[in-house]
Design a protein around this ligand. Structure first.
Ligand SMILES: *Cc1c(COP(=O)(O)O)cnc(C)c1O
Length: 245
């Protein structure tokens, strides 16, 4: 295979810059970079470009659509863990449980039960995060903050799943500072539930998210560059729709 050196350099350079920014945000907040997983969000990028990112040293990959991810995962295998970060329809739970190492978008018991059925006894427990609708946006996926404890308790009893933490996609804001209160809300909720992980922060605001305790940041554009005119869909519950483009 011919590799495109500029592309490679591009991803390497971008990744290096993001890793440095992660390290600086950790230093500012007295945290260890070992406790922040940088997930490279590869949605809309083809398998070859994802392969280059793996060669450049990304630690984890994130995808928001099961269908799109399946081709890449089947082509590349699991050189690093794959994280499903987009909204998941219950009828895609079977594929999702088979393909992904982590699922960040569990926001209802019915979905968790289906994932449990598919994951139970098959392999290691499936790592899941509960997605919380911190901004109470009707068009977005995620359990309401006030309902999170109840969902967490219900899901905790399901075989085949391990609830590892919380995830959120806060409302879009003109500056990262405006998102800080939402990150804080999610952290407080996580603390009150005694969970480990906090998946929050994207290209525009991952540094603030780290200052507020993120243990996983989901960064696409800053690593891969802008996404080519992707088919836009309103944010919602459907397949891949819980995700900003
Ligand atoms: C696309 C996406 C990201 C990454 O967005 P960027 O702004 O490109 O970093 C993060 N989280 C979710 C859920 C996404 O869908």
């Amino acid at each position: 295979m011919l590799e495109s050196p500029p592309l490679m350099l591009d991803i390497r350079a971008n990744l290096g810059r993001v890793q440095e920014a992660v390290a600086r945000a950790c230093a500012r907040s007295g945290r260890s970079p070992d406790h922040v997983l940088l997930i490279a969000v590869s949605k809309t990028m083809d398998a070859e470009r994802v392969r280059l990112a793996v060669a450049a040293g990304v630690a984890a990959l994130g995808e928001n659509r099961v269908q799109e991810a399946r081709e890449k995962i089947e082509a590349l295998g699991h050189p690093v863990p794959w994280h499903l970060i987009g909204g998941l329809q219950t009828n895609k739970a079977r594929d999702a449980a088979r393909l992904f190492d982590w699922i960040h978008s569990v926001d209802r018991l019915e979905l968790a039960q289906e994932l449990s059925r598919r994951a139970h006894g098959v392999s290691l427990p499936l790592n899941i995060l509960l997605q919380v609708n911190v901004g109470d946006e009707p068009q977005k996926g995620g359990v309401a903050p006030a309902e999170t404890k109840r969902l967490c308790e219900a899901v905790a009893g399901l075989p085949g799943l391990r609830v590892r933490g919380l995830m959120a996609i806060p409302p879009a804001a003109p500056t990262p500072e405006e998102t800080r209160p939402h990150f804080r809300t999610l952290r407080e909720l996580r603390d009150s539930l005694g969970l480990e992980h906090l998946s929050m922060g994207m290209s525009a605001d991952y540094e603030v998210a780290i200052e507020e305790g993120a243990t996983m940041v989901r960064v696409g554009t800053a690593i891969f560059g802008p996404r080519a005119s992707a088919p836009l869909s309103p944010q919602g519950r459907g397949q891949g729709e819980g995700s900003p483009r």
